[in-house]
Design a binder for this molecule. Sequence first.
Ligand code: FAD
Length: 117
Amino acid sequence: KLGNATAKAELGRAAWKLLHTIMSRFPDKPSDDERTALQSYIHLFTRLYPCGECAEHFRVIVEKFPPQVSSRSAAAAWACHVHNEVNVSLKKEVFDCSNIGDFYDCGCADDEKAAMG
Ligand code: FAD
């Protein structure tokens, strides 16, 4: 069994990876329904994140920096920023958010081809 700190760090890496990858695939011009979906996703992510101490800490950050869901770039920049807020509080290096563009690749480039049959 992993030690507590190791398990918490692995969960964190997996969670950040999923969150940033979702942002990288969010539409440039989302519909109202898509904006509402992302807003709800972030709200529930914050509420249900399994590390209680982390969730409580993150809730305070998200209250201070409300989710941006108006476009892909706004959403990606928001997630990068709040992750940096966590990085600072854990005394980690700050990530350069201008590099976020191609960093998160879901490997889904074939999706459109697949949809076309
Ligand atoms: P991580 O911070 O997990 O980052 C993974 C990778 O993402 C990095 O290697 C880098 O390539 C990239 N990255 C780094 N910064 C950014 C950024 N700003 N934007 C985009 N990509 C970036 N741990 C605690 O001990 N206490 C807490 O209170 C706590 N709260 C957390 C709250 C949330 C919502 C989440 C998801 C995690 C939390 N964690 C917390 C875990 C912590 O953030 C790290 O995930 C964990 O410590 C592992 O860190 P890491 O150095 O491997 O890199």
